[in-house]
Write a new protein. Structure first.
Length: 365
């Protein structure tokens, strides 16, 4: 922040000093109008433990985001990392004891909104948010701050020729040789596994017009791990060649000079399809600091923080004016992909997900 330093000079008139002080105060007011000069309030922010943890200097990034806001607004920020699922932790207290939640996904946002724990608000930087993301969020009470498609990572070395993987279809996984090299996650215990299942159901039901269980009856050789970490370890160690993960993984490896990998959405009839994960930030109804909450959300959605998303979260920023680093050029273009979320809204998912999981468990055995 640029500061104007006013130096006293002997012999100045008192009225000139007063005018300068007033002008300086005016500058400060318009730069940070919500500064609290009294006792410092506390903002309790619930989030996930990996927030901004995948960059070159996580501590500095967090200090920039939270420390600057604390200094500007004379507020204490208490970051609370969820012990498990964010929505579960919010439900346990009905949102009490938290002011802001960062990281609710598009699978949880609608549920949280319907529970009545979220505050309905708007912020100025919302105008820069890609408006289509709200459709996949399922509510306006959670503002999107980042998103990513879930695609199929692959190692160039392995038994399956990369030219086959680069045009991967769901039905390719009926082939036992290809399926034996493929990893996805359990939809009951893993968020990425649930997203794989939802995308697969959307594709079979709306694009192919077929019963979605057909895939699971035919793709018997795929490896279903308990969670993303288990799947990643198999992929990283070279035990499997294809892994259902994030579209930005190739750029992550390129940026940190790790081994080169590729990633592809599912293909069909010359088009590309993938499920989109969207994460959002919201204010809890129980918060006593809503004015400050809104200022923080506005800061978090602003360009300076949004510019940090790609190299620290390895997701695409929700802001349409945020910068995308050069290393992202190795990823497939998101604009070429049809979001499978398009075929099922949050209400439809909420009404059917338990039945789908039960059916999946029966078919998968």
């Amino acid at each position: 922040m640029n500061e104007n330093i006013i130096k006293k000079k002997n012999g100045y008139k008192i009225w000139i000093v007063v005018v300068l002080v007033i002008l300086a105060a005016t500058v400060i007011y318009f730069e940070y109008p919500q500064i609290n000069t009294g006792n410092e309030p506390v903002l309790n922010i619930l989030t996930y433990s990996s927030l901004m943890q995948y960059g070159s200097n996580p501590n500095e990034t967090l200090k920039y985001i939270f420390g600057n806001f604390e200094n500007w607004y004379h507020v204490k920020i208490n970051i609370i990392y969820a012990s498990g699922d964010l929505m579960t932790q919010l439900a346990q207290t009905n949102g009490e004891n938290y002011d802001i939640v960062i990281g609710l996904s598009n699978l949880d946002a609608s549920v949280a909104s319907k529970s009545g724990i979220l505050y309905n608000f708007s912020v100025s930087n919302e105008t820069y948010i890609n408006s289509s993301l709200f459709r996949y969020m399922g509510t306006n009470n959670i503002i999107p701050y980042e998103y990513s498609f879930l695609t199929n990572d692959f190692n160039y070395s392995g038994p399956i020729n990369s030219s086959i993987i680069e045009n991967l279809t769901y039905s390719d996984l009926y082939n036992n040789t290809i399926a034996s090299q493929y990893i996805t996650e359990n939809p009951i215990s893993s968020i990425t596994g649930e997203e794989f299942l939802l995308g697969q159901i959307a594709f079979y039901s709306s694009v192919l017009k077929e019963n979605w269980t057909l895939f699971w009856k035919n793709a018997k050789n795929i490896d279903v791990t308990a969670d993303w970490s288990d799947g990643f370890n198999l992929f990283e160690n070279g035990q499997k060649q294809i892994f259902y993960s994030y579209i930005t993984d190739p750029s992550y490896n390129a940026y940190f000079n790790y081994s080169r990998i590729g990633t592809v959405p599912f293909h069909f009839n010359g088009k590309e399809y993938a499920w989109m994960e969207v994460l959002g930030i919201g204010i809890l109804n129980s918060s006593k600091n809503k004015a400050l909450d809104k200022e923080f959300v506005n800061w978090f959605l602003g360009t300076k923080v949004q510019d940090l998303i790609p190299l620290n979260e390895w997701m695409y920023p929700a802001s349409s004016i945020a910068s995308i680093p050069p290393c992202y050029s190795v990823n497939p273009s998101p604009s070429d992909i049809i979001p499978l979320n398009y075929y099922m809204n949050a209400t439809y998912i909420g009404n059917n997900i338990e039945q789908w999981l039960l059916e999946w468990k029966q078919v998968e055995g």
